[in-house]
Design a protein around this ligand. Structure first.
Ligand SMILES: C[S@@+](CC[C@H](N)C(=O)[O-])C[C@H]1O[C@@H](n2cnc3c(N)ncnc32)[C@H](O)[C@@H]1O
Length: 276
């Protein structure tokens, strides 16, 4: 993905914040258990900076675990939706590449489905700067289970309509390929065009987990979720609508009762700031 496209896609969510909040999947309890396990401390009572917080889907789950959460979100539309949906949670406008926060103020910095929008060469030092010694940077993604036949077929249709980058960022058909630890060569990473994750690979004190979960939802809900992905949002309305109509027909052939089980594999990577 070239830099201009990356920027357009990174900002595309603001136009669809309401639908993002309503239809995107959340994250299972087991994910937060895994975060606590890898970090060696509970979320309860922890100071958590949730970066790329969007409409607050992850922030709300972290707060429900007893964390003191501050959302950081660059987009006006997403931040406004966050305030609407979670009036009790603070959120500030800011970018992961230059966090508007003081040094050593957080026990956790979290990136739910958002690390890939940063420049990790800048976002990693920023996260480590705001973490207190011993604090943890946790990043995770909901990846659609590529073993599901319909997911693989949908991935192929997305690529057919929107090109090779269409499978990026957890959209159906994505490969579990953007963990922080990966060290893809530029040519091997068709989503980003440069090795966005290599920086963290050099950190030895990092660990990964996967957590499986699923949800059963109406087909319309699934299509609205799909429509909130950046690859669709950057295309014009008629292309989007034509794709979604074709997708509805293809999925009805597989799910005649118009109910879909979306199966997810959450990929979590956690990196600690050394204690001293
Ligand atoms: C896929 S959404 C994830 C939202 C939320 N964390 C969630 O789990 O639903 C990605 C978010 O990253 C934000 N974003 C884009 N560029 C960013 C950057 N450089 N630093 C931090 N966040 C960024 C977008 O505005 C968007 O809200």
């Amino acid at each position: 993905m070239d830099a201009a496209t990356h920027t357009r896609r990174a900002h595309s969510f603001n136009a669809a914040a309401g639908s993002y909040a309503a239809y995107r999947p959340s994250y299972p309890d087991a994910l937060f258990d895994a975060v606590e396990d890898l970090a060696g401390r509970p979320l309860s009572g922890a100071r958590v900076i949730d970066v790329g917080a969007g409409t607050g889907i992850a922030s709300a789950r972290l707060a429900a675990r007893g964390a003191h959460v501050l959302g950081v979100e660059p987009g006006a539309g997403m931040a406004a939706q966050y305030r609407l949906d979670h009036p009790g949670l603070p959120v500030v406008r800011g970018d992961g590449n230059a966090l508007p926060l003081r040094d050593a103020c957080a026990d956790f910095v979290t990136y739910a489905q958002s690390w890939h929008w940063t420049d990790p060469e800048r976002a990693l030092p920023e996260a480590l700067r705001v973490l207190r010694p011993g604090g943890a940077l946790a990043a995770w993604w909901n990846i659609s289970d590529p073993e599901e036949e319909w997911v693989a077929a949908q991935g192929a249709r997305l690529r057919e309509w929107f090109g090779a980058g269409a499978q990026a960022h957890g959209a159906p058909g994505a490969q579990a390929a953007h963990t922080l630890q990966q060290t893809p060569e530029p040519a091997q990473d068709p989503r980003y065009g440069h090795p966005r994750s290599r920086v963290l690979a050099e950190k030895t004190d990092s660990a990964s987990r996967t957590v499986r979960w699923s949800r059963r939802i109406p087909l319309d809900h699934h299509l609205a979720n799909l429509a909130s992905h950046s690859i669709l949002l950057v295309h014009d309305e008629s292309t989007r609508n034509n794709f979604l109509a074709a997708e509805r027909a293809a999925l009805l052939a597989v799910f005649p009762d118009a109910t879909i089980e979306e199966k997810y594999i959450v990929e979590l990577t956690l990196t600690r700031r050394p204690a001293r």
